[in-house]
Design a binder for this molecule. Structure first.
Ligand code: HEM
Length: 159
């Protein structure tokens, strides 16, 4: 069953309350925590992070690269959620995200897989309700559809 887009936004925003962006200690730690979870639970995906292919959670914690990258990814996720009710801008933001990842030659299946990773992170940090997870998966499906459409249009590998 498809949820109303505003409802998806409300549910996703509520699930992000504890992982706000910010340049204070808590905000910076939120971003690092995502990469600590990511690299610990999906070590094979570190291959895309040049120079950090063997990083452990402790390395992520130590290096300023992931303080910065943590903010970038969190900011992008918070933005995507807030744009879900503004379709043209939502889709434009996604295409630009795909363009910026072209250099990493990612497996195109990872665009959808990201939402399993991210909801896993949210669940690991606290409580993610079934309804919130469903909202993330609906958004993720629409996000992925635009990624694949854009990749195809540009003759790049897609699923
Ligand atoms: C940057 C991989 C999904 C947003 C990067 C970088 C890599 C990467 C390797 C460069 C960072 C570095 O080397 O330090 C991946 C992989 C993904 C994924 C493997 C899927 C599993 C996403 C998604 C978003 C996103 C879904 C947005 C919602 C960003 C942003 C940057 C970035 C904002 C900063 C650089 C820039 O904006 O050009 N990503 N990414 N990524 N990623 Fe991803």
């Amino acid at each position: 069953m498809t949820m109303d887009r505003q409802k998806v936004v409300d549910l996703c925003k509520a699930s992000l309350e504890d992982v706000m962006v910010g340049n204070d200690e808590k905000g910076v730690q939120n971003g690092k925590d995502f990469y600590k979870f990511f690299f610990t639970n999906y070590p094979d995906l570190r291959v895309y992070f040049k120079g950090a292919e063997k990083y452990t959670a402790d390395d992520v914690q130590k290096f300023c690269r992931f303080a910065k990258q943590g903010q970038r990814i969190l900011l992008s996720v918070h933005t995507v959620v807030r744009l879900y009710t503004d379709e043209a801008v939502f889709l434009g933001h996604i295409r630009e995200t795909v363009n910026r990842h072209r250099q990493y030659k990612m497996d195109p299946a990872l665009w959808l897989a990201f939402f399993t990773v991210f909801t896993g992170f949210l669940a690991d940090r606290g409580s993610l309700t079934d309804e919130q997870r469903a909202a993330w998966m609906q958004l993720g499906k629409d996000f992925d559809a635009e990624c694949q459409r854009h990749l195809k249009e540009n003759d790049l590998p897609h699923v």
